[in-house]
Ligand binder design. Structure first.
Ligand code: NAI
Length: 252
């Protein structure tokens, strides 16, 4: 039984999957820190949680900024309580075929997904191990299996799977689990931008994707939030180091 409100940190929580995860964890009874590049962009999500009687704060930080991350976690601890849950969701894409991919495109993607998840996890682990309880969930992707035009993103998302399994090994004895969720196509501004780059109306793009998905539809952020909710739940303590594909069909 949970005896106090646990604090969760969700990165990239201003919109898309992160915004849905923040709302879901708040509905599950957690206090939630919504972290994104722009603090103001997280405010509507915070207000929604507060209006429903929950506790939340908006925090603006670049997850790849070492000192910024340390300061953000410190502030969250003071305002909401020590972090017990971390969802590393912040992400960007800089798609291009290998021959056109710049070193800047490579570094930007690796920095947000991998360095960001590393810095955030390192900043919170002390609180979790001290409490003897913690949950870390990292957002991977079906792109980890390989995807044309995404050498940088695929490498980052595959890297996150190795990162997750290593955290599970190192932190397990302290009551901390680490798992990864690898979504397939989910309707967000990230995939809308992909459609735009391919000169396709988003609806048409979604239809084309749905035709290749066994459950015959594209995903929505709530599909991923539900999986996060499971990994974070009190009774999921024996589930660690796993990669759950949430893609409307078998993957991996
Ligand atoms: P999105 O682009 O709609 O939202 C991402 C959020 O992360 C934005 O609010 C952005 O400001 C924030 N962000 C970006 N860089 C940041 C940084 N350095 N520091 C702090 N915040 C930062 O993306 P979406 O679709 O919601 O994706 C969320 C996660 O799920 C990402 O890690 C993405 O790679 C992953 N994913 C998404 C899929 C999809 O189909 N939408 C499929 C598989 C994985």
């Amino acid at each position: 039984m949970m005896t106090h409100t646990r604090t969760a940190i969700v990165t990239g929580a201003a919109r898309g999957i992160g915004a849905a995860v923040a709302q879901r964890l708040a509905a599950d009874g957690l206090a939630v820190a919504l972290v994104d590049l722009d603090e103001a962009a997280c405010k509507p999500g915070v207000e929604r949680i507060q209006a429903a009687g929950g506790r939340a704060v908006a925090v603006g930080v670049d997850v790849s900024d070492e000192r910024g991350v340390e300061a953000a976690v410190q502030r969250i601890t003071e305002e909401l309580g020590a972090p017990a849950v971390l969802v590393n969701n912040a992400g960007i894409i800089r798609d291009n075929m290998l021959f056109k991919m710049t070193a800047g495109d490579w570094d930007a993607v690796l920095n947000v997904h991998l360095r960001g998840s590393f810095l955030m996890s390192r900043a919170v682990q002390g609180y979790m191990t001290k409490a003897g309880w913690g949950r870390i969930v990292n957002l991977s992707s079906t792109s980890a299996l390989g995807n044309r035009g995404q050498a940088n993103y695929a490498a980052a998302k595959a890297g996150l799977q190795g990162f997750t399994k290593t955290l599970a090994l190192e932190l397990g004895k302290f009551g901390v689990t680490a798992n990864a969720i690898a979504p397939g196509f989910v309707e967000t501004e990230m995939t809308a931008a992909t459609a735009q780059r391919m000169n396709m109306p988003f609806d048409e793009f979604k239809k084309a994707m749905a035709a290749r998905i066994p459950v015959a539809r594209t995903g929505v952020p709530q599909d991923i939030a539900h999986a996060v909710s499971f990994f974070v739940s009190e009774d999921a303590g024996y589930v660690s180091g796993q990669v759950l594909y949430v893609a409307g069909g078998p993957q991996g």
